[in-house]
Design a protein around this ligand. Sequence first.
Ligand code: 7TS
Length: 408
Amino acid sequence: MNAHQIREQFPILKQHVNGHPLVYLDSAATSQKPSSVIQAVTDYYEGYNANVHRGVHTLGSKATDAYEGARDKVAQFINAEFSSQIIFTRGATSAINLVASSYGVSVCGPGDEIVLTPMEHHSNLIPWQQLAKKTGATLKYIPLQDDGTIDLKDVEATITDQTKIVAMVYVSNVLGTINPMEQVAEIAHRHGAKLVVDGSQSTPHIAVDVQQLDCDFYALSGHKMCGPTGIGVLYGKKDLLEQMEPIEFGGEMIDHVDLFDSTWKELPWKFEGGTPLIAEAVGLSAAIDFLNDIGMDAIHQHEMQLAHYAMEKMTKMDGIEIYGPKTERSGLITFNLADVHPHDLATVVDAYGIAIRAGHHCCQPLMRWLNVSSTARASFYMYNTEDDVDRLIEGLVKAKEYFSDAIG
Ligand code: 7TS
């Protein structure tokens, strides 16, 4: 994999920011888009923009084929058995909310348990809090080890026969922890519980096989995997999706409508009320082609190398604290540097054209577990190079000097 060549395919990365060539290290928040994705969306609007599943005119058929083709593409990409198991949503957040509001409401009641971890993004936490409040179910948390991983013994101890749902992030957006999803699925199923996987940070970076994971639901966001914003996916096991009620009602999702009652279309359309995300699905399809052309294993390998290179350099810096496991982790580094506030740090490196993220990363309970109010985070993707890491290190050194002078 040649990151320098890949980078050439991302127009946005060619610009200067604050007088310096842009170093983009915030792909965990949203990835950049290659020309092929931007072109696919433009081609749709310029060539065959039409609503799908309605009418028989040529543009409508072309748009429908592209939209349904995108569904097939996603199914292959995560190895779903059937395309009808792929439901297009606005993002991972909407996908998780759909499971909580439909499946969750139908199975949870007082005395039932929903099991989470403290490393969940708010999007995989608040829907379950709301479900617990609505149904009288209880939330339980698998504790974290000191290094930010979970121990399977604790998973065994937390999941019981009262557990209805286990919801867990596959790859943490803060710690970089890669959770043992297959083993968690096995434990959950042994107790009759269903596993909901938040795949927002795994799908862009590692090869995902939902059948091998044996998860019951899997949520992902298109914009973190080189696709457009505003599109995500909910995958679910067929029997579960079939038994679930839609949560949005209106056009496109109905079969027969009477004045006082209606019936729904079959999967997946019963969950896609209204005009769907056509341009976004077309863009996501092009993004998957782009990822497949490079290869998910090559992408993962490259990010591991970069993270390792960055980790080696960063651990040598005085006053740095890096969070999460030392090995077996994804390509992002969350850290704090001496007494410099992460927002100040991000502001200073931005002056050198380096984009990193600062804040709680939508993981407030995890920040409390880390005993910090916020952190800085550098996250890598296939277009980042060792030069980017070197620029980051230079930026951090400058920030530290700047603030020690100011304090001194
Ligand atoms: N789950 C995880 C693990 C995430 O990292 C994110 C977004 C989401 C869910 C929500 O995805 P959405 O596309 O529906 O918004 N994470 C981040 C982040 O780390 N910084 O900004 C957004």
